[in-house]
Every structure is written in C-alpha cells, then in structure tokens.
Design a protein around this ligand. Structure first.
Ligand code: 13P
Length: 288
C-alpha cells in the first residue's frame, strides 16, 4: 500500500465518531512499532515527524524511503499517512517535495493575518500534489526549560477564518499541552472546543498533547469533533521504562544481550503495546 494523505481517513473518522492517532516517530524501531500496531489493530494511522526528528533521522527523504520500504516489507494494507508535525513554512514545502503525504503548517505564532497568508500559500502548494494540510490556531502549551506554559485557547472566529482556507484539519489550542501535564492542570476547555466545532462547519479537529489526557476527556473531545489525536511523549516514556528494566535486570550482560536487536526489543514492543491501547481508546481499531 502506498502512503495516503489524511483527508479520507479524517472525514471517515469524523463521520463515524472516532479519532485517528498520530504517533510521532524517532527512528527505525519506532516506525516499525507503530506500523506493526496499526496492522495488528487493523487501524488507519498517521506517522508524525517533527522537524527536529527529521534532522535526527537524516532528513525528509531518508524518512520517506524508510517508511515506504517498511510498508512494502511488512505488507501493510491499512491507510498510513506520513505527516510533518508543527512544520515551518519552508519545512512544509520541503517535506512535500520529499514525498510526505501530509503536512502541518504551524502558523500559530504569527499574527492571524500572517497565519492566514502563509497557510493559504502552503495549501496551494500542497494541493498540487494532493497532500493534506493541518493548520493551527492558538498555540499548544508545553514545558520548555522548566517553564510550563498553560496552552493558549483558540479564538473560534480565528478558527473559522483558518478553516475556510482549504485545509483538511485544524489544530486548535483548548488548554492542551505537549509533554506531561502538570499537577495543577485544569483540563481541556470543552466550552471553547464546542464553540470551535460550531464555527468550523464539520471540519475534523486535532488534539495535540495526547499524552496523559484522561480517558473521559479523550472521549468527550472526540464527541465534539476531534478526529485526530497526537501522541508522542507517552511512547517515549514506555520505551525508556522497558529499556531501563532490561538494563537494570542485567540482561545486556547475559550472552549477546548487548546486541541492539535484543537491547531495543523490549522498548519496541512497549511502543507496539501502547499504540494498540491508544487505538482502542480512540476508537480507530478495525476502522482501516
Ligand atoms: P505529547 O508529546 O504530549 O503526546 O504531544 C504530542 C503532540 O502533540 C505532537 O504534535
């Protein structure tokens, strides 16, 4: 199966009341794990790649080659989108040129007029190759250098403007945060989400910062139009924990336990397991 864009999978998800998971990839193991989980769960899936992760993995072209090779090798037939996460203007164009099937242009840090202008240009560029586009309004908070941002709540009117630019899906800040949620987090702002849903005319919405959001909030968000949920940190946490257990148990010192194919196996399996749990929670299992 070739890479597909996100358009059809998100329209179907929105109509049938579930969400497709975007799982960020960091290396070969991660990519294999997410694809195996999608195959075993018979679920559509979005592979998310940040610009930082792209740099780490050797650039967009390397990633396209790796993912296309794995789709063929593992005979993956579920819909898979390869999506740039939080792309810059140039990054989005470069990812499209390299063969990504979907891009996010994150113009949330520009003022609304500049966000509109740049989003429009990316949409025009993407449509030439049938690439789906995610845009953002209202920045997603997160922890940086120990400072925790609470996450900006998107303005429904600005969401309406950006949603009307020909994009396929919209990420709107509703108090969600990348990384672990702080203890004093007050939860998702469903009133704001309801207004955004009303102002965006059935557009599939994206929930970033999927790690650590309680199950009931995930379900309520889906009922209010969220059709794509991004998860990154949670996969990293389970990978690190499983790897630590392996090393702490001294398994790397037994026989050829130091072989990376053995050393990285528990972490890789942990990623498969958590992705399958998320697919069940989001309702995308058996929706391929
Ligand atoms: P988390 O790392 O909090 O799961 O967020 C992922 C994300 O939103 C990527 O865009």
């Amino acid at each position: 199966m070739k890479l597909v864009n996100m358009k059809e999978m998100l329209i179907k998800a929105r109509k049938e009341g579930y969400a497709v998971g975007q799982f960020n990839i960091n290396n070969l193991e991660w990519t294999k794990s997410v694809l195996v989980a999608a195959k075993e769960s018979n679920s559509p899936v979005i592979l998310g790649v940040s610009e930082g992760a792209a740099k780490y993995m050797g650039g967009f072209k390397t990633i396209v080659g790796m993912v296309e090779g794995l789709l063929e090798y593992y005979e993956v037939t579920v819909p898979v989108a390869l999506h740039l996460d939080h792309g810059s203007y140039d990054g989005a164009k470069n990812a499209i040129d390299a063969g990504f099937s979907s891009v996010m242009f994150d113009g949330s840090h520009y003022d609304i007029e500049e966000n509109k202008q740049k989003t429009t240009e990316i949409v025009e560029y993407a449509k030439l190759k049938d690439i789906s586009v995610e845009a953002e309004v209202g920045s997603i908070g997160g922890e940086e250098d120990g400072v925790v941002g609470t996450g900006e709540v998107a303005d429904a009117e600005e969401c309406r403007m950006i949603a009307g630019l020909g994009i396929d899906t919209l990420a709107a800040g509703i108090g969600n945060i990348h990384g672990k949620y702080p203890e004093n987090w007050t939860g998702l702002n469903f009133e704001a989400l309801g207004k955004i849903q009303d102002s965006t005319d059935g557009m599939p919405l994206v929930l970033h910062g999927g790690t650590g959001i309680p199950e009931d909030m995930i379900k309520e968000a889906i009922s209010l139009g969220v059709s794509k949920i991004n998860v990154n940190t949670e996969c990293q946490l389970v990978f690190a924990e499983a790897t630590r257990k392996y090393v702490e148990a001294g398994k790397d010192l037994e026989g050829k336990g130091f072989d990376p194919r053995k050393l990285l196996a528990p972490g890789s399996q942990a990623v498969v397991d958590i992705v399958k749990v998320k697919m069940d929670l989001f309702g995308s299992t058996n929706k391929a």
